[in-house]
Design a protein around this ligand. Sequence first.
Ligand code: GLN
Length: 176
Amino acid sequence: MSAVIGVVALQGGVRPHLEMLGRLGLAAREVRGAAELPGLSGLVLPGGESTAQGLLLERFGLGEALDDFVHSGRPLLATCAGLVLSAKRGWLELDLVRNGFGSQLHSFEAESDGGGHRLVFIRAPRIARVGASVEVVVRYRSEAVAVRRGSLWAASFHPELTDDPWLHRRVFGSVL
Ligand code: GLN
């Protein structure tokens, strides 16, 4: 059976993730139900609106299924609102300030510390504290903007909205 990466498609920016995974040669599809999760090799939680996404997760009965997915050790990439949900569900020990980089009007692009990565921020959550179990992967102005704990990765920016699939490749490289 070949590997399929799911993109949780209840709300938010699903398509750019599907396209980026496709560019890496990974089969990807939208996921809306808990019954679809066991067959997946990896998962993306896209950006969007985390309050709406949290409500929809409960309505679609996906909350606990996602907890199980994270604990299964399969790779998961959470972006922006997905990062907010990851902290809320206790998967990552982080303190966040929602919209901490400003409102929609303050969406911006920047370069990661040390260069190399173009970062797109859209009403991004700001990581105020990183717990000891969490590793910082990317910083911007000395602040953590991408983190991981084992197979679970989360970014406050939108890696799917640039031309460079570097973060998807790092997260899902083991599946390729
Ligand atoms: N500000 C949004 C939230 O907290 C996240 C924005 C995004 O995903 N681009 O839900």
